[in-house]
Design a protein around this ligand. Structure first.
Ligand code: F6R
Length: 242
């Protein structure tokens, strides 16, 4: 694993965007695996900025997102589709027909997951997967568990995640209880993985995930087994590494 130390959130965002940008320049028809959450927002801002300056072209890019809440429509402002559209898709020249997320409106979980696995296979897998890191070590919505789940599956969100996400909803009752997420095997099959982490409150989990035992209790710990992982984190998030 390569660790790139950033000064602060802004610096982390620029460094992460540089890596994504290099991927798009080197392989204009690449498949980007994308994440939502607060951490990648600054990286997306940089990408939009560079696109507007004419330095980046997304016309050949395909995107597959990690996850989507079950039960939220695309026009719900808390859906991950809405988030991606707000922060990236509507602001660059990516072909909307080549931006994929699990279908949160599909009530049949087995079908939603099977369809999404098929999408990922049909685009040829992921070239560069962007990941944030949950406080409990989750990646995508792969929550602490006794096992690693391979493919796309429907998860019951943990209390910690529901609590962490409630800031985005009018009330805690509005936070969806389930989500569809890419599985660990699919994430691990990405040819390159870029993890972005910021802030002191993630320092303990950064240490546990990247230097602790590999265990499904800390799903991100499996990334230690991937051959090409780049962790871009700010000083606060790296503070416990010594
Ligand atoms: C988002 C996702 C989550 C987040 C994680 C960190 O698509 O799958 O795993 O990356 O919860 O979220 P933030 O960046 O808000 O701390």
């Amino acid at each position: 694993m390569k660790i790139i130390k950033a000064k602060d959130y802004q610096d982390m965002s620029r460094k992460a965007a540089n890596i994504i940008s290099a991927q798009v320049i080197m392989k204009p028809d690449c498949v980007l695996g994308l994440a939502t959450g607060s951490t990648p927002i600054g990286a997306y801002e940089n990408l939009v900025n560079w696109y507007q300056k004419g330095d980046l072209d997304f016309s050949g890019v395909t995107t597959v997102n990690l996850d989507e809440y079950k039960g939220l429509t695309r026009d719900n402002d808390q859906s991950y589709y809405y988030f991606m559209n707000e922060h990236l898709f509507s602001k660059v020249n990516v072909d909307p027909k080549r931006t994929f997320l699990p279908d949160g409106t599909e009530p049949d979980s087995a079908k939603a997951c099977e369809d999404y696995n098929h999408v990922i296979e049909s685009v040829g897998g992921v070239d560069l997967q962007l990941l944030g890191l949950g406080h409990n070590g989750h990646i995508g919505f792969n929550e602490p568990s006794d096992i690693f789940k391979a493919k796309t599956h429907c998860v019951d969100l943990t209390e910690t995640t529901i609590q962490a996400n409630k800031r985005f909803f009018a009330s805690i009752d509005d936070v969806p209880r389930q989500a569809y997420t890419m599985g660990i095997q699919t994430i691990m099959q990405a040819r390159k993985i870029l993890v972005v982490v910021s802030g002191a409150e993630k320092a303990a989990i950064v240490k546990e995930a990247f230097f602790g035992p590999i265990t499904p209790k800390v799903q991100a710990s499996v990334l230690q087994l991937h051959h090409d992982v780049i962790l871009v984190a700010d000083e606060a998030a790296l503070a416990e590494l010594g």
